[in-house]
Each structure stands twice: as C-alpha cells, then as structure tokens.
Ligand binder design. Sequence first.
Ligand code: KG4
Ligand code: ZN
Length: 347
Amino acid sequence: MTFPDLPPILAIETSCDDTAAAVWASGRLASSVVAGQRVHQRFGGVVPEHASRAHERLIVPAVQAALDEAGLAVSDLGAVAVTVGPGLAGSLLVGLGAAKGIALGAGVPLIGVNHLEGHVYSVMIAEPRPPLPFLCLTVSGGHTLLTLVEADFRHTELGRTRDDAAGEAFDKVAKMLGLPYPGGPHVEQWAESGDAAFLDLPSPRLGPKGRRGDELFDLSFSGIKTAVRYWITGLPESERAEAVERHRADVCASFQQTVVQALVEGVRQAVRETGVGAVAVVGGVSANRGLRAAIAQAGQADGFETFVPDTAHSVDNAAMIAVTAAAKWAAGQADGLDLAARPSLAL
Ligand code: KG4
Ligand code: ZN
C-alpha cells in the first residue's frame, strides 16, 4: 500500500467513549489526540448519554489540540474524515456534526470511515506495513473477528465470536474480580504475577479442535465467563472476599492465558488453511502484552509475519481513521454533507 502526498486530512473518532482527533499530512501521521472519558468508571461501563455529553464537551478542544500539534489551521485542510459506525448513535452524531461543520466551513470533502476498517488499517499507520493479502484478527470491546484482507477495502470474514467480544469478556471478568472499568489493562497487570495453572478454564474455541460446521474460526466467551463466576460463587461465603483477593492474580493469569491461547490457535489454523503468510492483530485487546508475545512466538514457530499497531493505536484513536481516510481518498472515495451515522455498520 502506498500513500500519495495528499493535502492534510483531519480525522475525528467518537464512536464510543474516547473523543479523538488526528491529522494525516505528507504521507504520515502528524498528530493524534485522545481524550478518554473518566465519567464511565463510576458506572463500571459506558453510559451512552454520558458518552455523548462528554464528546460534546471534548470534541472542539481535541480537534484544536490535533491541529496545533500538527502545526496546521483549518484553512490548511484538504479533507475531513469521520467515523460513521459502528458505535453509539449519540456519540457518532457528535463527531459527525463536528466533521460536517469543519468540512463545510473549510469547503473541503468529507470522508466517512467504518470504525472496524479503521482498526484493520491501524497496522498501516507506521512501517513496516503488512503486504496484501493478510489475515486480520480484530479483538476489541465490541468485536472479535478474523478476516482475510485481500485487497484495499476487501475483507472476507473467516469467523467471529458467537457472543461476547474478547474485550467485553476481559471487562466482565475484571468486574467479577472487583477491578475497575475498562478491565482489560487491569487483568493484564494482575496476570503478570499470577499462576496461569491455578484454574483450568474452558477454551473459548468452539467444537472439537475449535470447529463447528464449516467455520474456520469461531469463538464463544460465555463458558469461560461462567466458569470464573462458578469459581467465585463456589467459595464459602464467609471466605469469598478474602479468597478472591488472594487469588485475583491467579484467576487473571488463568483467564488471560486461556483467551490468548484460543485466539492464537485460531489464527494458526487459519494460516495453515489459507496459506496466507502475514497476520495483523488489532483492536483494544491487541494492546495486551501476553497476546502480543504469543502471536509473535507463533509467527516465529510457524513462519508467518506478524503486525500489531503501537499500543496507542490498538485502543480507540483517530490516527487509524486518518490513515483509512487517506487510503480511501487516494482511491477517489469521498462523501457529501448527506453522510449519515450508521450505528450498526458491519465491516
Ligand atoms: O478497540 P477498543 O478501544 O474499543 C472498541 O472498539 O471496543 O477496545 C476496548 C477494549 C476494552 O474491552 C478493554 O478492556 C480492552 O479493549 N483492552 C484490553 C487491554 N487494553 C484494552 N484487553 C486486554 N489487555 C489490555 N491490555
Ligand atoms: Zn474500537
């Protein structure tokens, strides 16, 4: 993939609980700003109405910071990109409204970007970039799927989770163990000092050898979550709080290892069956050091190349929206002011 020297693109991402803006200029990332929303910690999850209100407060400062960091003004922009979905309707509308206002004011085109395609393209922000075709494992708070990226914007799905997303499972197990939201980074941290052999948890891979019907890569996280819950409720009530406290690191390590193994085994099988020699792992859970190490090790053992974004570009950000927009624009794709939010958009 090549990125011709396009005029600067401002990108806006507000699909969930991060208010993000970035600038792509002269074929590279010029700035990236993410304003996280602390308001959700109090509720142990994202409250949509709070998310849209926080986006309203944070969007203009985030855009201004991204422009300042890039040393540019609105009048320097060549296009404005924005996430159209999937995501929370109210949150998407805040980003879309801001993007339309700026595009209209600057007299430049709008470029709508699919958030999931943004995650896939997060491995294109920096070099080395994966060659086409490549397999892409997207593991976030809302999605878990394996796709074959055959050409620009051509994704074939090879499998997905049947219930929770991987990040959602991390968040729910974290909550059961008394850890704050979002739970993924906390589980990772606790897992480091734990004994992964403490709990024998069911693998999220479905069916014998992870297969059900013709599916190549199918997962379900309900069994592993239930197993953790049963371990907790099986403890005598009088000792429960103390035992959870004492074994929190062990449960985190057992859970993380089981999930990472299932994801990596699924990818190895897909590599074997497709013969594709490049694998990208993207989305919030790809920030997990255990997963990053395991996929790199599998690549070395099986002879496939691996690509993961910088940790800052694993979790939600606007840099990935900017780079996707650059690729779309270079391919002649742009949108008008009738661009609509699409909360249920698929990849
Ligand atoms: O991609 P993302 O920022 O937002 C969505 O598009 O969903 O992903 C957020 C998810 C959350 O569930 C969070 O707990 C998880 O990614 N996550 C992690 C880690 N960092 C974020 N999960 C495991 N280990 C991490 N280090
Ligand atoms: Zn995301």
